[in-house]
Design a protein around this ligand. Sequence first.
Ligand SMILES: [Zn+2]
Length: 331
Amino acid sequence: MPVRHDQLTQIDARTYAFMHLPGGWGQTNTGLVVGDDASMVIDTVWDRVRAQANMEAWSSVSDAPITEAVNTHSDGDHWWGNNTLPRAARITTSAAALTAMKEDTPPGVVGALAKLGRLTRPIPGPAGHLGGYMHQVTGGADLPKRLPRLPDHTFSDTEDIEVGGRGAQLRNFGPAHTPGDLIVHIRDAGVVFTGDLLFIGATPVIWHGPLENWMAAIDHLLQLDAATYVPGHGPICGRAEIELLRDYWVWLAQAAGDQHSAGVAPLPAARALVRSPEFAPFAQWGSPERIVLNLSTLYRLFEGAPPAPPTIVRRAKAFADAGKLQRDMTS
Ligand SMILES: [Zn+2]
């Protein structure tokens, strides 16, 4: 069993995770792989204070300089802390994720929208729902003002990195959750850092699709049969939790298809689905209202739209719906 030091978790003699539980919006897990004379960091978080705490945690357990870093995907909560990495460290991600990092809404704008959300929260109707939800998503994080350092090395499908005599196998399964979603398999430790291809104890979010790619990633994770999986959000897990995530997607794809065929819009469809008995296995997960974000993506794929990152309008509509659904579910 992994030894837990507060949020710093030792997985084996030279492999660590820095957990941010329970794994809601912006509560991102990161990793450290220590080799003989060099080490590798997996993901950096968006809150500046927490990103610094991550680096301090790494230096408290290892003297080996960080020469390699990996960003699993383009969501800001996995890479906006890159400026805390040593300048000499090479940063790797998938080519698709790098493009998305350049095109996504930058941290300064997200920070401004979150501030605006705090102000518009009390307004009745969609503006208030959107504002309240935006505010929750950023969770009061101290975001960087400017776009941080981008990765300097990319690959398309697979990449092997050697760090201080240890091997890391990277594999990109995107587009799925986002345009590029990679996993990092540390074979000698039997651990896989999965980025947001795993949300554990928290409702997953599909922004891009197709869902088939995410299902292929889940099947691959199960085939690896690793001793330990470190999800992007939520606690360290094994096979059973991954199988439950697969169950969620299988159920939701079918149920969303039925609602869509019946002409039910995402918000009323989500209301019906969270009340259905089939939802019970997932009802305890955090952020259940994210189901409506998933419906917004699945619906457009059902309608034949090509998988694509969300436009700011689609994201705003989905967040407003999520804010509304959350109020309905808690009132
Ligand atoms: Zn994330």
